[in-house]
Design a protein around this ligand. Structure first.
Ligand code: SF4
Ligand code: SF4
Ligand code: SF4
Length: 571
């Protein structure tokens, strides 16, 4: 351990720690802009400059290592002046459209400018307005607001995609895609990890809010929403509630106050996915089909495989994602049962994900979803409608899709799809007394492996989240080093609870808690409290099969609940 003092406060931290890490232990806040825990540490923004004995001049707290007896000052007049000037220089090349910016009141630069009394025009405004790239179905880039922190580049590099990077040199430097092409014309997988990393309004989702408001006031439309499992665990953050608060009841009540809307629970098609996927796995196992089988519910992962690992496309389950299953069920079964013309039903999915905006555009999925809005867009609609979200009494999901299992809910965390499938496989093959919890596949580790005896079958499984980890697993399978029966892959590190459409969380909070673990815990707590914890015991799913699909993997199920994949170029 190394002993030092930060602003006179004694602390002891492991050797090799940075001043920023030591400051956290001393409960001293040092501002950062380019630093983001688990994503990037380059010391380029110069906002975390501090004084430290033994160092020449000011040093960057995020990169400078502690040493025995060091004394650090974090808030001297010289430091405050330096930070003020830094913010003012950043503002000199920033398109200052704060009032109408998507990040207004939630912008890390705006917060720093306020804290350091920065004058927005001290160095004038000297930049050319750059074109906005909005051709991608998922992500919009406005380089005139970019502060060159490169957090997005680090996030995309960590995903092993590299669709964006610094272009040009010196004053002409910008962030963009190779040869200046639109993001839409790169192998971007639409995961939105760049968006949640961005501290300002330079990156945001392609919004569908106006389409949804339009449908709500259109007298010819019946509007139905369904909400993805993880949204209940994150939406509250957009209204100042603590990270990890389950707001399911408030979310449903608020959606119903947006207009004449029915609100359904997407967990039910997570259960339906398990029924179809487990059947497919058992068929592959018994008939010598292609193994390992990969999950298919993450459109970011699916597009990644289409670009980079097309040889594994036969391994991906043919099941559509829960979003696309729900929309197909609504536009067929639900419409037929309720005498609605499918063209009059406007289907809105509320998802944690920017990749699902791309997914709804895929022809092979039938275009059943009319609009996919992120957790952030739903929060925006609730705010626009003037709803007092924090104090709204709980509402309940509408029939006939209100019943869903805890297994469906944990789909939102890495390992959740695997655990849900194992619950059903264990019960079907292992009989009574089969376990419910499979803790080896839980947690935020990038790769998890486990082996289970299910009935007479030994199932070797793996779970990967984050595309860097997906690559490791795929390379091990390709080289023959590893051999699994079933593999879950989610594009976002930690799964959907950390998806690209989730509420923005400032670096200050992201750097001090394990965001992924705290959000996931809300889903596991929710699951533990449910009476119904296995997908195959869900009576609503049972009804769907009895009344419409007949049985898992039936002809009708294949027609509406399954899909195909397409090899894509790498560049
Ligand atoms: S959406 Fe994902 S793949 Fe696309 S640029 Fe952003 S981080 Fe990279
Ligand atoms: S787009 Fe956002 S995250 Fe990327 S460099 Fe610019 S400000 Fe930073
Ligand atoms: S992990 Fe979830 S949020 Fe991220 S791309 Fe996949 S489906 Fe979307």
């Amino acid at each position: 351990m190394v002993n030092l003092k930060i602003n006179g406060i004694p602390v002891s931290v492991p050797e090799g720690s940075t001043i920023l890490q030591a400051a956290k232990v001393a409960n001293v806040r040092i501002p950062t802009l380019c630093y983001l825990k688990d994503v990037q540490c380059v010391g380029s923004c110069r906002l975390c400059l501090v004084e430290a004995t033994g160092a020449r001049g000011l040093v960057t707290a995020c990169t400078y290592p502690v040493s025995e007896g060091m004394e650090v000052r974090t808030n001297t007049p010289a430091i405050r002046k330096s930070r003020k000037t830094t913010v003012e220089l950043i503002l000199s090349t920033h398109k200052k459209k704060c009032l109408s910016c998507v990040r207004s009141m939630n912008c890390e630069l705006q917060k720093l400018a306020l804290e350091y009394n920065a004058e927005e025009d001290r160095f004038g405004t000297d930049h050319d307005l750059k074109p906005i790239d909005d051709l991608s179905p998922s992500v919009v880039r406005d380089n005139s607001k970019c502060v060159m922190c490169t957090r997005c580049v680090a996030a995309c590099t960590q995903q092993t995609i590299g669709a964006i990077g610094p272009q040009n040199r010196g004053y002409a430097k910008t962030i963009g895609s190779p040869y200046g092409v639109s993001l839409a014309h790169t192998p971007c997988v639409n995961c939105g990890q760049c968006v949640v990393a961005c501290p300002v309004g330079a990156l945001y989702e392609k919004s569908n809010v106006a389409d949804v408001w339009g449908a709500i006031v259109d007298p010819t439309k019946k509007v139905v929403f369904f909400t993805a499992p993880s949204v209940r665990a994150t939406l509250g953050e957009a209204f100042g509630l603590p990270v990890g608060t389950n707001v399911e009841g408030k979310m449903v009540a608020a959606i119903k106050q947006l207009g004449d809307i029915k609100c359904f629970n997407m967990d039910i098609t997570a259960d339906l996915t398990i029924m179809e996927e487990a059947t497919e796995l058992m068929q592959r196992l018994s008939s010598g089909g292609t193994l390992p089988m990969f999950t298919s519910c993450c459109p970011g992962w699916v597009k990644f495989a289409e670009h980079y690992y097309p040889e594994f496309l036969p391994n991906i389950s043919t099941c559509k994602s829960p979003q696309e299953m729900f929309s197909a069920v609504l536009k067929t079964y639900y419409c037929e049962k309720n005498g609605i013309d499918p063209k009059d039903l406007f289907v809105v999915s509320v998802i944690p994900c920017t990749a699902k905006k791309f997914e709804v555009t895929r022809d092979e999925l039938g275009h059943y979803t009319d609009a996919a809005i992120t957790t952030r867009e739903l929060a925006k609609m609730i705010k626009e409608a003037g709803i007092d979200f924090v104090n709204i009494p709980d509402g309940e999901f509408d029939t006939p899709f209100e019943e869903a299992s805890g297994a469906g809910a944990i789909f939102g965390a890495t390992g959740g799809v695997m655990e849900a499938a194992l619950r059903t496989a264990a019960a079907k093959l292992g009989g009574s007394g089969a376990p419910i919890e499979f803790k080896e596949v839980r947690g935020t580790a990038g790769v998890k492996e486990a082996e289970y005896k299910v009935g007479s079958t030994v199932l070797k499984v793996a779970v990967a989240s984050g595309l860097n980890n997906a690559r490791k697993v795929l390379e091990d399978i390709r080289s023959g080093k590893k051999n699994y029966a079933f593999v879950e892959i989610m594009a976002c590190p930690g799964g959907c609870i950390n998806g690209g459409g989730q509420p923005y969380v400032h670096d200050e909070i992201r750097n001090s808690i394990d965001l992924k673990a705290v959000r996931a815990q809300a889903l596991y707590d929710y699951d533990r409290e449910k009476k119904l914890r296995t997908s195959h015991e869900n009576p609503a799913v049972d009804t769907l099969y009895k009344e419409y699909f007949e049985k898992p993997s039936s002809h009708k199920a294949h027609e509406l609940l399954h899909t195909t994949y397409t090899k894509r170029e790498k560049y």
